[in-house]
Design a protein around this ligand. Structure first.
Ligand code: PRP
Length: 217
């Protein structure tokens, strides 16, 4: 849709949602804000859902794609974890609201009792840029080993000395003989807005933000 079409289009919003855990937690919040999918999202293979009010559209996608859809204007707003935003880079959209759900921490972790010394470290993570920046600030020389999931295995297989990953209950670390070390960032779910939509669809965006804000516990 061109920028002109977007300005004349009805004020419905395209809302990008981070599938998985965040989706499960944010659906009751959206429901309380009056935004309900016209058919059940949970368990569906569909990715695009009309809403009961008929104005907004919900699009379910991998978390790391949410900031991209919002940045390029394919979605007006997005709901996604702060960890994903930090890794994507915080430019190209506005972060407007902390939903206070999906709370966890982005941490370093290593095998229980491991001596990581002061020399070069091999760090396995899917948060490649966050980890690189973090260790740069620490003045620590590292080799980042990019993985797409199950980072906890990497130290067990001697692929890495430590990992950078999300820690919630700590059960996954514990089950794999690892312990949390330093906190890199406190994480929660955030609402982000496309920069152009914030101007051209201000009323719709602002009333969506207000509705979600008033639904927060
Ligand atoms: C995340 C993270 C850890 C786990 C931490 O993975 O990568 O593996 O949750 O949670 P805990 O501290 O409560 O055990 P997730 O299940 O989201 O899957 P992912 O590996 O696809 O990110």
């Amino acid at each position: 849709m061109s920028e002109v079409d977007r300005e004349t289009a009805p004020a419905g919003l395209t809302i990008a949602l981070n599938r998985g855990r965040i989706l499960k937690e944010c659906l009751p919040l959206l429901d309380a804000a009056g935004i309900r999918p016209a058919e059940p999202i949970d368990g569906s293979r569909k990715l695009v859902f009309e809403t009961e009010c008929g104005r907004h559209r919900l699009v379910v996608m991998r978390g790391s794609d949410v900031p991209t859809y919002v940045e390029f204007g394919a979605a007006d707003v997005g709901i996604v974890g702060k960890d994903t935003l930090l890794e994507h880079g915080m430019s190209g959209f506005y972060e407007r609201l902390d939903l206070g759900i999906g709370r966890c921490r982005l941490m370093t972790a290593a095998p229980v009792g491991a001596d990581l010394g002061h020399g070069p470290l091999r760090v396995a993570t899917k948060f490649v840029d966050v980890a690189r920046r973090y260790y740069e600030q620490q003045g620590r020389q590292v080799t980042i080993i990019p993985l797409s999931g199950a980072m906890e295995i990497a130290p067990l297989m001697d692929l890495a000395d430590c990992i950078v990953d999300i820690v919630d209950t700590g059960n996954t670390l514990k089950a794999n003989g690892l312990e949390a070390l330093e906190t890199i960032a406190d994480i929660s779910t955030r609402l982000i807005v496309n920069r152009a939509s914030m101007k051209t669809r201000f009323d719709a965006v602002q009333s969506f933000i207000d509705a979600v804000r008033s639904a927060l516990p």
